[in-house]
Design a protein around this ligand. Structure first.
Ligand SMILES: Cc1ncc(C[n+]2csc(CCOP(=O)(O)OP(=O)(O)O)c2C)c(N)n1
Length: 573
């Protein structure tokens, strides 16, 4: 076997079923080896950035590492966004770059680039393989590093001599480490002593609140979160990445906290809570509104559970910090509570009151939906989408208009549905390629992507990929003819002196059709329901262009923006 064949065999050993990538001069031996693989499907993307986004979303949904590949030079440069996003969001993505020959190093070889150095600051591990015989052990290390501890991205550069070189080692060197086929691998339990301390704090807490971050979704800790909240009768709020961990209709599921698309009653719960349990939550700038929320309050206890000890007590002063996997820590906590404690049988008047507020909030929303508006508002689009959602549906959204409205108003159905959004860098152009990755992880699910026209401009080419692969997906385009989010900031902070944010008029429907999608257009509210019904009914990828109110006219639910406008809704108290 040559190195490329060994690489393919190793990927098969790790049960890799799909690789996303873009071809190049240096990828020829790897592609030739993939040609013979009956187990691995190669998905050609139109841009390495998209390929890395596809691998990222595949990993999030399949709970296995996502693998992408690119050729030397421009390929790794274009792969940066997806690798950085995956790494910062604790998603195991493995990028394989086929590189120029080692013999060409330092000789002005076209596409020569220090790929190892390029990825060092945005991955958990970046390595250049210099010996064919090291391929198996390096691949094992790559999967181990990507899936263990706090999962993240790994990059491997494979020069031509390595891909073409002869592998003369024994075949039994080619094997996988079963635990690292999925993630999180080697899950760790929390310290028993600290958990007992937590049980003591819970026994005297009057208003405990559970705050579930993205780590709870990665850990698949939904059942345990519900068990804990029901045992304590404690409300659960989530961050944007934690959404979906508890069904929205659950009496203890209050909603989303943070700056973007928050629910006022969820904020109130956290602000009034006397014991806050943050689980799998980085407590970063958005969920804590730049570390001002919750406000400092004497006697309030903060507990943080995270698999990464480096995050513990990093941004707030914790009463207790517990290092461990969310699911296992909660499993142990609930077991301990059952042995030692009394279940709180009834909802406290405080939780009843919060629920009452939640009821009023949603009634007011229903009322708002009754009024006719000249231009379609984003919240009307989400309400119409909600009616079409079945279980399981995967909803993927981009930055811009979709984020706050989805966060606030989306109602996922059932246990199999997920909502995905890249929250570490919020790079535009994620949702369209992400639909491709989602399809390979969850072919059973209905796929819905939401994005603005700014995002469309960045990843329109992947509509060809969707059409080529004949993927069933609904693509919802929020057409406000601008980089609306930035325009809104200019409205708030620059007295509407709009600068470099408006697009020329063009026809996105024709763009989508040109790439082979079915495309529909909705200009006003009376067409919205029918347009969506048709988009969900048709087979294949369907593009729905919806003319939408700009954020600059009608501010979205962003706490700091509402506050800057003096809107009392933004008040956490
Ligand atoms: C790659 C990238 N560049 C710049 C930004 C900064 N940014 C955040 S929101 C936004 C505007 C988004 O415009 P659009 O996709 O049209 O959505 P809208 O806000 O209009 O709904 C920009 C430019 C970003 N998030 N990602």
């Amino acid at each position: 076997m040559n190195g490329a064949q060994v690489l393919v065999k190793m990927l098969q050993e790790y049960q890799v079923r799909v690789i996303f990538g873009v071809p190049g001069d240096t990828s020829i031996p790897f592609y030739d080896a993939l040609y013979d693989s009956k187990h691995i499907k190669h998905i050609m993307a139109r841009d390495e950035r998209s390929a890395s986004f596809m691998a990222d979303v595949y990993a999030r949904l399949a709970h296995k590492p996502g693998v992408c590949e690119c050729p030397s030079g421009a390929g790794p440069l274009y792969s940066v966004p997806g690798i950085a996003e995956a790494n910062a969001s604790s998603i195991p993505v493995i990028l394989l770059t086929s590189d120029i020959p080692l013999s060409g190093e330092g000789k002005q070889t076209i596409t020569e680039l220090d790929c190892q150095g390029l990825f060092e600051s945005i991955s958990k591990w970046s390595n250049l393989i210099k010996d064919v015989k090291k391929i198996p052990e390096t691949i094992r290390r790559a999967f181990r590093i990507a899936t263990t501890g706090r999962p993240g991205a790994v990059h491997l550069a494979l020069p031509q001599e390595i891909l073409r070189g002869k592998f003369i080692e024994k075949k039994h060197y080619i094997y996988s480490e079963g635990t690292c086929i999925s993630y999180p691998a080697y899950r760790t339990r929390g310290s028993r002593t600290v958990l007992e301390e937590l049980v003591g704090h819970l026994a005297v807490a009057e208003k405990p609140v559970i705050i579930a971050g993205g780590g709870t979704n990665h850990s698949q800790a939904g059942k345990e979160i519900i068990e804990l909240s029901e045992w304590l009768n404690a409300p659960v709020v989530t961050t944007i990445s934690g959404q979906g961990i508890i069904p929205d209709e659950h009496p203890l599921a209050l909603g989303v906290i943070g700056d973007n698309g928050f629910h006022p009653h969820a904020h109130r719960a956290v602000e009034e809570g006397d014991l806050l349990i943050y689980i799998g939550c980085k407590m970063g700038s958005v969920s804590t509104i730049k570390w001002t929320f919750p406000s400092p309050q004497y006697g309030r206890k903060i507990i943080q559970i995270d698999l990464d000890p480096e995050l513990l007590a990093n941004n707030f002063r914790n009463t207790l910090s517990i290092a461990g996997d969310a699911r296992l820590v909660l499993e142990d906590l609930v077991t301990l509570l059952k042995i030692t404690g009394q279940k709180r049988e009834r909802l406290s008047p405080w939780v009843e009151e919060l629920n009452n507020q939640r009821g009023i909030f949603w009634k007011e929303y229903e009322k708002r939906l009754q009024s006719h508006t000249a231009v379609i508002k984003p919240y009307q689009i989400i309400a119409a989408i909600n009616k079409r959602l079945s279980d399981p549906t995967i909803v993927i959204a981009d930055a811009g208009t979709p984020t706050p409205y989805i966060t606030r108003y989306l109602k996922l159905k059932g246990n199999g549905s997920r909502f995905i959004i890249p929250r570490s860098y919020g790079g535009l152009g994620y949702a369209i390629p992400a639909l491709v990755g989602a399809y390979f992880a969850r072919p059973d699910a209905c796929l819905v992507g939401l994005f603005g026209d700014g995002s469309l401009g960045m990843s329109a080419g992947e509509m060809e990929t969707l059409a080529r692969l004949n993927i069933n997906a609904v693509l919802i385009h929020f057409n406000n003819a601008s980089f609306g989010w930035i325009k809104a900031l200019q409205a708030i902070h620059c007295n509407s002196r709009f600068f470099s944010v408006d697009f020329n008029a063009y026809d996105p429907k024709m763009v989508a059709q040109g790439f082979g999608l079915k495309a529909l257009r909705v200009d006003n509210l009376s067409e919205l329901e029918d347009g969506l019904a048709e988009a969900f009914r048709l087979d294949g990828s369907v593009f729905l262009d919806i003319k939408t109110e700009s954020e600059a006219v009608d501010l979205p639910p962003v706490y700091s923006w509402e506050k800057a406008q003096g809107n009392s809704q933004g008040d956490t108290g």
